[in-house]
Write a protein that binds this ligand. Structure first.
Ligand SMILES: *[C@@H]1O[C@H](CO)[C@@H](O)[C@H](O)[C@H]1NC(C)=O
Length: 188
């Protein structure tokens, strides 16, 4: 008895489902886009390694690690070292960034000191680089903090750097590139 009533229920249900499929009307709306992909620890490690690699040993293939659209690099430290006004992105797009790295790569021995907190799309990195571009010069340590923004490229199926915001010890960087700073006299 119980079996037959269950069977009747099942048949009724599939008949109703078939009816629903055959009903005429406007097509259903497309499904909403999937949830935005969030960074997980392996993705964080990948992007931090990508950043380190770009700054340590630039090669043209590394342009692939930079998002094609909407990329920027903001750093008042870089603007200051370069003797430019502050308050605007030094590299407002990928072309500008890749062009710079291709002609005058940073190639500094960047050591990741600490990968700080991260969230769905941002990563904090504390780094240090001790170097000098001056022959016979004294290398000074440059410590910096970078906030990397990541984006998942659905076509290439890989994470890429969407933006870089970085500030660092620009006095030491400046000295390491041959700049000279004079400390002001103490107040009398
Ligand atoms: C990229 O930025 C540079 C400024 O550094 C600008 O001259 C150039 O027009 C920009 N290119 C594109 C494609 O937006």
């Amino acid at each position: 008895m119980r079996f037959f009533s269950l069977l009747a229920l099942a048949i009724g249900a599939s008949a109703a489902a078939t009816g629903a499929v055959e009903r005429r009307g406007p097509p259903p709306p497309p499904p909403p886009p999937g949830p935005k992909k969030c960074l997980k620890k392996p993705d964080v490690d990948f992007l931090v390694a990508a950043y380190k690699s770009i700054l340590t040993n630039w090669t043209p293939d590394k342009a692939n690690l930079i998002a094609d659209n909407g990329f920027f690099d903001y750093s008042d430290s870089i603007n200051t070292v370069a003797g430019l006004p502050t308050g605007f992105p030094i590299f407002p797009n990928k072309t500008a960034f890749v062009g710079y790295e291709s002609t005058t790569p940073d190639n500094i021995p960047l050591v990741v000191v600490e990968v700080g907190p991260y969230n769905c799309e941002q990563i904090t990195v504390i780094w240090s680089a001790t170097f000098t571009k001056v022959p016979g010069g004294t290398p000074s340590p440059v410590r910096g903090i970078t906030v990397l923004e990541g984006v998942f490229d659905e076509h290439k199926h890989q994470w890429e750097i969407q933006s870089i915001k970085v500030e660092f010890n620009s006095i030491n960087y400046y000295k390491n590139t041959g700049g000279v700073c004079t400390r002001p006299a103490p107040p009398s």
